[in-house]
Design a protein around this ligand. Structure first.
Ligand SMILES: CCCCC/C=C\C/C=C\C/C=C\C/C=C\CCCC(=O)SCCNC(=O)CCNC(=O)[C@H](O)C(C)(C)COP(=O)(O)OP(=O)(O)OC[C@H]1O[C@@H](n2cnc3c(N)ncnc32)[C@H](O)[C@@H]1OP(=O)(O)O
Length: 211
């Protein structure tokens, strides 16, 4: 049995209790997108923006890193709510955030429209980013199933370029279990067409669950 959230942890990490933190992360996401893609602002204007942004940052830098998000393990089904993590984290501007649901049948399904920040060759999504997404969905599925495991080997097959600015539908499921070795599989589908398939060999913790 893994860790369970205490009432205090829920209060500290449930995004619903922190609308300001969620809002600032979303605003910074929009800012990053604008900075990476703007053609309207001049270089002088952007230099001024940089100065103003540094002032804002100076106003909110206080203390150490945000307290680490405690990672629960299942059994769990329903919408996965992340706070500080880079994939699901509503507090983390780098996160999509990817919205994933653990289905009662033990599979995971999610959707995300990738930001142009993750553009790779051919105007498509960077392959390292899609690898990141499938790894996260498989790893989170295992956690939700009560298995605390690390990715040992990740194998990704790119079937076609994954277009930017279209909803990516992600799914993951468990293929097999052999002692501590759990093989999971995942797929990304865009407009009904698979663009990425992946297999992850996850190694479950030998001892107690790792948070
Ligand atoms: C309530 C639930 C809600 C769900 C979650 C909630 C919120 C979501 C929020 C956030 C999401 C959070 C998490 C998402 C989860 C995951 C996504 C990210 C995943 C990662 O980002 S994870 C980091 C990358 N990952 C590493 O950083 C691993 C570094 N590495 C090690 O830590 C060790 O290396 C380890 C542990 C892998 C093994 O070490 P070890 O000592 O325990 O293993 P040992 O040697 O005993 O081998 C035992 C058997 O595994 C075989 N084996 C060993 N290693 C293998 C390998 N690499 N590939 C294939 N097979 C391997 C052996 O061959 C042997 O097989 P056999 O028994 O047949 O001989």
């Amino acid at each position: 049995m893994g860790q369970d959230w205490t009432q205090l942890e829920r209060a500290l990490f449930d995004p619903a209790g922190h609308p300001g933190r969620v809002a600032v992360a979303e605003a910074v996401r929009e800012l990053m997108r604008a900075v990476a893609t703007t053609t309207a602002a001049t270089d002088d204007e952007l230099g001024e923006v940089a100065g103003r942004l540094r002032q804002i940052t100076a106003g909110i830098v206080a203390g150490d890193r945000c307290v680490r998000y405690p990672l629960p393990t299942g059994p769990f089904s329903g919408r996965v709510l992340g706070s500080g993590d880079p994939v699901f984290g509503m507090f983390n501007p780098v996160a999509g955030p990817l919205v994933v649901t653990i289905e009662p049948d033990g599979t995971a399904a999610g959707v995300l429209t990738p930001s142009p920040l993750f553009e790779g060759p051919g105007g498509a999504v960077h392959g390292g980013y899609t690898a990141f997404l499938v790894d996260a969905v498989m790893g989170t599925l295992l956690r939700a199933l009560g298995i605390s495991a690390l990715t040992g080997t990740l194998s990704v097959r790119y079937l076609a370029l994954t277009p930017l600015a279209r909803p990516l539908h992600l799914s993951a499921w468990v293929e097999s279990t052999d002692g501590r070795k759990v093989t999971a599989a995942a797929r990304i589908t865009v407009d009904g067409r698979p663009t990425v398939t992946a297999t992850g060999l996850f190694i479950a913790a030998a001892g107690p669950a790792q948070g």
